[in-house]
Ligand binder design. Structure first.
Ligand code: PHE
Length: 463
């Protein structure tokens, strides 16, 4: 057996994990949801969800990976609980499922780089989105995006993912900072900030039924939890370093990029008097129609559009490779073929599963609904119960490795995981299942069947 790969450096692991966390969730979902659900008040709530639920759950995934140094399915067997491999399987399958349509959205972003360069969407942004988001063109774009991701993953951990993300992640941050600086000079920037962040407990209260589960769900999604990504990435960690420290850096950076995204998009919208109705609840239209319409109005809109959508592309790509690596890592550990062969096979599988979503956005919504409301919370829940209740003390030992002891943080983490995270996830799951399967819309059809937009891509059909 060939020796298993590891990250060349600790920073390599950190940067790759940040690349995974920072994605469409930050650049698209977070700012618009924040603006709609009470601005800074929502941010405060989201931070609570991240600190109390996301961060402890992330450490749980790290513990499994670093303890076992094996893929996310066999890790459970390696910890002495063969039957719990089902949970690893569920997490891997959830990730595969989500990536199938994430690639489609990645393809849209590719089209928007092109469309910015040529100004193709400048006259009619909504029509452009309608034209490129489904059908043969979307299939082609999906294939291209997936092809790039596959190529990076085929090169492996150190030469592929680590090398690529070391360039990608700093570029995302630097360019977003520059864009935010530029956006601050636009007339209307102040109004944009106010719309984004003015705290409103009323707005938060009014939307509490959706805002609160969204904040919790977003905390998993944006931190790339429940898809076995953090288990997989930490399984390549060789040395003993402080996992809580790494987790902290990831969580903080991830949140800052989300805020930065808001500081870019809202000035653009307000400087150009873009109809806020176009942001349609923070769905796809927010980015692909409203923000695009902003570029259409700006001097040098072509260049700015290319820069902006390239950042979005890079962020989506560094997330996609992390998710692809989950399945590839399992395949590499289990089958006697080369990594490139396995990566291409996984890529082909993803392409096939993504076809319905690329063909018709209604399918994408359906895939996303199931993932976000059902698979993701169930998978997070199962992993957290395993780490908290099944391997509890061992998990704590592993978390302490490389930290100098942790003091009371250790037990606090374990009990937060056992109680707070478990209850928090159960709550979101219950709400999600209720909304998806039980709560009939006015026509009496449960939303899953009716194709109602999901919390993740809400409103993207309402063009
Ligand atoms: N953290 C990612 C985001 O915010 C979510 C994600 C990760 C999606 C990996 C797909 C693959 O967009």
């Amino acid at each position: 057996m060939v020796e298993r790969e590891t990250w060349a450096t600790r920073v390599g692991f950190l940067v790759a994990a940040i690349g995974s966390a920072v994605g469409l969730g930050n650049l698209w979902q977070f700012p618009f949801k924040t603006a709609e659900n009470g601005g800074a008040a929502f941010v405060a709530f989201y931070l609570v969800a991240v600190v109390l639920i996301g961060f402890p759950a992330m450490l749980a995934e790290f513990v499994i990976g670093r303890r076992t140094n094996v893929n996310a399915i066999d890790a459970f067997a390696s910890l002495g609980h063969r039957n719990w491999r089902v949970v690893g399987g569920l997490a891997v399958a959830t990730g595969f499922w989500i990536l199938s349509y994430y690639n489609v959205v990645g393809g849209w972003v590719l089209r928007y780089i092109l469309g910015s360069a040529t100004g193709a969407y400048f006259d009619a942004p909504a029509e452009y989105f309608g034209a490129v988001s489904s059908g043969p063109e979307a299939v082609l774009a999906q294939a291209l995006f997936l092809g790039v991701a596959t190529a990076i993953v085929a090169f492996g951990i150190e030469n592929g993912i680590e090398r690529a993300t070391k360039v990608m992640v700093p570029s995302i941050i630097v360019i977003m900072l520059v864009l935010a600086g530029w956006a601050a000079t636009l007339v209307g920037a102040g109004e944009g900030y106010a719309y984004f962040l003015t705290p409103s407990l009323d707005a938060m209260g009014e939307n509490a039924g959706t805002a609160i589960p969204f904040a919790v769900g977003q905390a998993f999604f944006t931190l790339s939890l429940g898809m076995a990504i953090m288990i997989t990435y930490s399984s390549y960690v060789g040395e003993d370093d402080s996992l809580p420290f790494d987790g902290g850096v990831i969580v903080v950076t991830n949140t800052l990029v989300g805020i930065l995204a808001g500081l870019v998009v809202f000035p653009i919208l307000f400087a150009n008097d873009i109809d806020l109705a176009l942001t349609g609840g923070g769905g796809a239209a927010a980015l692909f129609v409203a923000v695009a319409a902003g570029f259409a109005e700006l001097p040098f809109g072509e260049t700015l559009g290319v820069v902006f959508f390239t950042v979005v592309l890079v962020a989506a790509l560094s997330s996609a490779i992390s998710l692809m690596e989950v399945t590839v890592s399992w395949a590499v550990d289990n089958f006697d073929y080369s990594r490139p062969t396995l990566a291409v096979s996984v890529g082909l599988g993803l392409f096939a599963l993504g076809l319905p979503s690329a063909w018709d956005t209604a399918w994408l919504t359906w895939f996303d609904n199931l993932a976000y409301s059902l698979f993701l919370p169930v998978s997070v829940l199962a992993v957290v119960v395993f780490v908290g209740w099944v391997i509890g003390r061992d998990a704590l030992d592993e978390l302490r490795r490389g930290t100098g002891g942790l003091g009371s943080f250790g037990p606090v983490w374990l009990w937060t995981l056992r109680v707070v995270v478990v209850l928090g996830v159960l709550g979101t799951l219950a709400l999600g299942v209720y909304e998806l399967f039980l709560q009939a819309d006015p026509t009496g059809v449960p939303p899953l069947l009716a194709g109602t937009p999901s919390p993740l891509l809400v409103g993207w059909l309402t063009l």
